[in-house]
Design a protein around this ligand. Structure first.
Ligand SMILES: [Zn+2]
Length: 147
């Protein structure tokens, strides 16, 4: 699982959501993302993607619906956000990264002095610094509607 997407994001709720509201959202999303909904016209890739989402949704629910697991997950999440000084430090848009067009490699300087880097054209969601263990969430809001 990409570290930049929390289980709450998967369910589309905030982390102070009430159990009732969370349940409602979960069921809404289950219906929406059910691979059965794709019908016969869907290609393999679409089905694969829907199935992944569907499983992720169920996984998130399993944890968040269990008070003990949820408590542990919340603690983990809090510890993770403490590791970053500001939210912008663990998320960056690809347009803010340095780009080497000869190599087709994107760079972003880590505060440890190392670099986050990846090779284009596909944008990963999560990259790790080449010297320390920080990870960076890469977003791709480049204005090209990704459909
Ligand atoms: Zn680093």
């Amino acid at each position: 699982m990409a570290s930049c997407e929390s289980l709450y994001d998967v369910l589309g709720v905030s982390n102070n959501v009430s159990p009732e509201e969370m349940k409602k959202r979960y069921h809404e999303r289950l219906l929406k993302y059910s691979p059965d909904k794709l019908g016969h016209g869907a290609d393999k890739e679409e089905i694969e993607k829907a199935t992944q989402l569907y499983l992720k949704l169920q996984e998130a629910w399993k944890i968040l619906n269990d008070p003990e697991k949820k408590r542990r997950y919340d603690a983990e999440l809090a510890a993770k956000s403490l590791r970053y000084e500001s939210p912008s430090e663990n998320a960056v848009d690809v347009s803010e990264m340095d780009y080497d067009s000869d190599e087709d490699v994107y760079f972003y300087h880590c505060r440890c002095g190392g670099d986050f880097e990846f090779r284009g054209p596909s944008v990963p969601t999560d990259i790790t610094c080449n010297t320390c263990s920080l990870s960076l969430c890469v977003t791709a809001n480049r204005g090209n509607g990704n459909t």
